[in-house]
Design a protein around this ligand. Sequence first.
Ligand SMILES: *Cc1c(COP(=O)(O)O)cnc(C)c1O
Length: 436
Amino acid sequence: MKLYNIANPSETATFREAVLRGSASGGGLYQPTQLAAIDDVEELLRMPFVERSARLISSIIGDEFASDDILTMVRKAFDFPVSVKAATNGTFSLELFHGPTLAFKDFGARFMAQILGHITGDRRPGEPKRITILTATSGDTGAAVAHAFLDVPGVEAIVLYPAGRISPLQEKLFCTLGRNIRTFRVDGDFDACQSLVKGSFKDEQLVKNLGLTSANSINISRLLAQICYYFEGVALIRALPGLRTAIPVISVPCGNFGNLTAGLMARRLGLPVKRFVVATNANDTIPRFLAGEPYQPRASMATLANAMDVGAPNNWSRIVALYDGDEKHIRGDLTCGSLDDDGIRQALRKLWKHGFMAEPHTAIAWSILKRSREPDEIGLFLATAHPAKFRETVEEILEVRIDLPPALSAAASRPLLSEDLPNSPEELRRRLLQIA
Ligand SMILES: *Cc1c(COP(=O)(O)O)cnc(C)c1O
């Protein structure tokens, strides 16, 4: 697959190079130069999840990796189920949270770990001897990345997260692992963490000495993995009685907009989708833009859906590039809405009245979908995290008790291993060079 740097289109890379580097020069993002539509999508939709996903990924990077290797990597990465569950009238959730860290980010992180493991096992001249994953998280990425890379040989993972802005359980899930995983608790918000990471990637000495790469949703390998579950979502809907030819509306709870980017790429490949719904929390930079305002990022604010507390979504430039910069087309194509914390509470309670337990991110996707759904439409909303992952919030709002799944209860009793980091690029640089 050939990719180009959105910030400097004459700079191109192979998929292998783009995965190793994470972001392109000047902090630009790698974007596929082309995504060719797949011939027989109907046949593809009838295949089992793992085989179909391998076929999809091979259609994109088959020029760089053997199909057998891709199938093996996909099988190892996607070793947990995806399911669809009926919610309220005409809406269905796509449960993406059955992986080891109970959130959809397991898909991207685990596939990326497979790809990097494959690349380091077959290192080429000029490629770094060691790889250091440096990533910022508003909660779920950190857990998914830490678990996916734990004990991957030749790879060290460093995760930055905002102090006091993630749930205590979330913190336990990824800051207690040790071994090749380090976690920095940053005195700042998510945007501060993200900008510390971005700054490090602009520092050539750091990049070279540590073999720095990113596992944020800016890494293209994560997006490829995420394309796959959109196809599974449509396939599962079509397996339901009376929905054999359904073309659903898909609602995506958005923070950094990686998930939506993958959905739009899936549609480019031929996935039948009626339209996409963009759902955000009170950090509504994109809904404001889609409503006709100029693009104007704001500082992020803390909400109940903290994995979406992003003021300046880092994948937005990819979406603009997918539409060739045509703002009018973007505004006409995407339905959107945002929900503040009160709205989240109400949505959770309404769903619970229907016997459906959700967590804040999923509740946003459902609520904005419901607001915009036409009576004859089949709506699919992405359930991006397990309710137990946001247990404190959900228990308080719904006045219920949630049992912890085994993965969380085991982590809850382990000591935190995080180091405190001031919001200072110089200090981060000093610590990273110590590791190198
Ligand atoms: C990361 C995350 C999101 C937002 O996904 P983006 O790709 O950043 O838009 C939504 N829900 C949950 C639970 C998440 O962890």
